[in-house]
Every structure is written in structure tokens, then in C-alpha cells.
Design a protein around this ligand. Structure first.
Ligand code: NAP
Length: 251
């Protein structure tokens, strides 16, 4: 495998994945939505490792943007062996389940769920046409199974990604394409910056995660590298928790 397409690679977890893949020797398509300076910084850091980078600005929620993203990715590197559906957003305002509005719901469904659903369809068809084995990874969240009643819209989109993974894993196995869900826990990025104090307390004082530290984008990047370097060849539809053990039930 030589090249990866990482959505939302300009910041946070996507940036960590892009850099980890580059260090493992893969060229990287750095997709982003609006922060050009951040995308350029990631591309430069990718190139510092000796790998190649291509930057593509595209909103994964938009059909025309997704088509252009895939076309430009294949134009840049000839073949894409790994798709990482990472781009995602939290609600602009956390609102109670009994009050939250449709606007936020539609925005999150578009970016977090519809985007990866149809981007995966596009890339899977290209992989099948190319006849080369491929890998698809979707970054969901512990919110796929944890009910947070002040951001139900986010939780619903992440739960949907779990089914996306199962569906594409079942459909694509015959084509040599393995599909995985990587489920991060609490990771230090811009997304969690606004709730830093709350999570600091939950992690360090309350021990909400058996491994008592914040996760890093590189923690997630390493899990994706394991998939990209084919360390899990007989696993598909698999969930990989990168959450310091948050998912454990303890007594
Ligand atoms: P982040 O720091 O806010 O970064 C989000 C990234 O997604 C940026 O690169 C952003 O591009 C891009 N993006 C946003 N909307 C986009 C769109 N419509 N089209 C294309 N790219 C778009 O977020 P993060 O914390 O790294 O989260 C990354 C993924 O991990 C998300 O799916 C999130 O739900 C998931 N996750 C995060 C955590 C956590 O604790 N941080 C935990 C579990 C799961 P710009 O720079 O151009 O805005």
C-alpha cells in the first residue's frame, strides 16, 4: 500500500493519523474543510518524513466535493490503498435532547454520517475497479454506544458509523477490502478543548478511564498504521477501541 486519503487531516486526530501514516512510509492526501494554513502545515510535516502529500479542500457533506476529492486523490497518487473517514464535527452548542433543533442534527448527519457513507462508496468502487486490495477505516467515537443526552445528534451519527463499518465489511470482503471502525475515547484536540476542565476531572480525579491520561492523536494514528501495514489481515468489521479502557465495565 502506498497512498492514503485522510479526511479532516488538517487538525487533531486526522493530523495525527496523517503523520503516523507518513512515518510508516505512505503518501497522504490531506483533506480539510476551511483551514488552509493548518492543512499546509500538515502537508509540510508529511513531506519532512520523506513521504509525499497532496492537499485537497473539500466538504465531505457535499456530493460534488466528495467526487472532486476522490478524483484529485487518484490524480495525485495513481492509487489509493487506504481511506480514513476521520472528518467530523461536534454540535456547535450542546443542547438537551428535549430541546435540540433540526439544524444541528442535519449538519451533523451530513458531515459525520452521510459524508463517510458515500465517500466510502466512491472509494470502494475505485478500489474494486483497480483490482488491488484496500483498507477502509472509519473514526467513530465512544459516543457510538455512550448516551450523552446533551448531544444526541452527535451520538446518533457515531452509532450510524458502526453500522456503516459492518455493512461495507460484509459487502467488500470478496474484493479483498477490509473495513474497520476505530473508536477513540477522550482525545486532546480542538474538539475537546472547550470541555478540558470537565474531562481533566473525569480522567484524573474520577478515573473514568483505567489508563489515567488523555489520549493523543498519535494514539489513534498508531492504530490506523497497524491496519495500513496489514497487521490485521484476517479481521474485518472489527472495532478497535482507542480509549484508555473507557469501554470496560468495572466493579
Ligand atoms: P477537530 O480537532 O475539530 O478537527 C476536525 C477536522 O475535520 C479538521 O481537520 C477539519 O478541517 C475537518 N472537517 C470538519 N468538517 C469537515 C468537512 N465538512 N469536510 C471535511 N473536513 C472537515 O476534531 P478531532 O477531535 O480531531 O476529531 C476528528 C474525528 O474524531 C471526528 O470524527 C470526531 O468525531 C472523532 N472523535 C474525536 C474525539 C476527541 O476526543 N477529540 C473522540 C472520539 C471521536 P478544518 O481544519 O478545515 O476545519
Amino acid at each position: 500500500m502506498t497512498a492514503a486519503l485522510v479526511t479532516g487531516a488538517s487538525r487533531g486526530i486526522g493530523r495525527g493519523i496523517a503523520l503516523a501514516l507518513a512515518r510508516a512510509g505512505l503518501d497522504v492526501v490531506v483533506n480539510y474543510a476551511s483551514n488552509t494554513a493548518a492543512a499546509e502545515e500538515v502537508a509540510a510535516a508529511v513531506e519532512e518524513t520523506g513521504a509525499k502529500a497532496a492537499i485537497v479542500r473539500a466538504d465531505v457533506a457535499l456530493s460534488a466535493d466528495r467526487a472532486r476529492l476522490v478524483a484529485e486523490a487518484y490524480e495525485a497518487f495513481g492509487d489509493i490503498g487506504l481511506l480514513v473517514n476521520n472528518a467530523g464535527v461536534a454540535p456547535a452548542v450542546r443542547a438537551d435532547l428535549l430541546e435540540a433543533g433540526e439544524e444541528s442534527f442535519d449538519r451533523l448527519v451530513g458531515i459525520n454520517l452521510k459524508g463517510p457513507y458515500f465517500l466510502t462508496q466512491l472509494v470502494a468502487n475505485r478500489m474494486i475497479a483497480a483490482g488491488t486490495a484496500g483498507r477502509i477505516v472509519t473514526i467513530s467515537s465512544m459516543s457510538a454506544y455512550t448516551a450523552s443526552v446533551n448531544r444526541g445528534d452527535y451520538c446518533v451519527t457515531k452509532a450510524g458509523l458502526s453500522m456503516l463499518t459492518k455493512l461495507y465489511a460484509a459487502r467488500l470482503a470478496e474484493h479483498g477490502i477490509n473495513v474497520y471502525e476505530v473508536r477513540p475515547g477522550i482525545i486532546a484536540t480542538d474538539m475537546t478543548d472547550g470541555v478540558k476542565e470537565k474531562y481533566d476531572r473525569l480522567i484524573h480525579a474520577d478515573g473514568i478511564t483505567p489508563i489515567r491520561r488523555w489520549g493523543t492523536p498519535d494514539d489513534v494514528g498508531r492504530a490506523v498504521v497497524a491496519i495500513a501495514t496489514d497487521l490485521l489481515p484476517f479481521s474485518t468489521g472489527q472495532v478497535i477501541d482507542v480509549d484508555g479502557g473507557f469501554h470496560l465495565r468495572t466493579l
